[in-house]
Design a protein around this ligand. Sequence first.
Ligand code: DGL
Length: 271
Amino acid sequence: MDTRPIGVFDSGLGGLTAVRQLRRVLPGEDIIYFGDTGRVPYGSRGRQTILQYARQDIRFLLSQNVKFLMAACGTVSSTYPSEEASRLPVPYTGVVGAAARKAVTLTRNHKVGVIGTAATIRSGSYAALLRDLMPDIQITAKACPLFVPLVESGHVTDGDPVTTLVIEQYLTELRDAGVDTLILGCTHYPLLKKMIGDFMGAEVALIDPGKVTAIETAAALDDLGLTNGRSEGGRVRYYVSDTPEAFQELETLFLGEYAGGPVEQIAIETY
Ligand code: DGL
């Protein structure tokens, strides 16, 4: 039994989609979330910058005495080396593994789509893992760099004309490829799930990386003997690198019924 909090981070608010799922599956666990709202997006940056940011995010969460780290960010998950993760003082997970494992259990025609930030798609992380798990898989991967700014600026309402146009631009290729499973390879994208689902068609399964990773995390904590033993009453503290007001304006969108809780600004560049 371990009463320390779980540490979750993202470049911005997208990782809150994972926090929402963690609250559902682990309602008694305390969580510390860091959203690097002052430096979002990560996905259009080079590898060294993403690594530097990820290391600072991790150092901050470790300073908060977390027992488990989740990079609730497809971009960091695709960039942060597994050897480095294995040397961290607490267990670490990204979101790529759980999403890829889910995709191979769902696809029937072995045609899987992956969408993500430019850095995520460039890294080939999802494609490499999917091929390991299912050698005859056909993958169509597409970077969708405008989705993160659209979500962070609240363009998520069903039928939003700008988002509708961008979805059509990005996803026509995936629809034409006949994928029956689509990995929403960035934790911001589940906010667009309804619109993406309407465009792709009801027969295409959409995978939410934060959701499947939260479920695997619950099992991992149990296996490692790291749960806190409570079935309710978990608290969340939020930290951001830009003003808390910007976070508070959008948190309901990402957290739904779990919105609320203290938000504090930190100087992440000092970590
Ligand atoms: N939520 C992050 C991800 O999953 C957003 C990336 C970004 O900041 O560009 O990749």
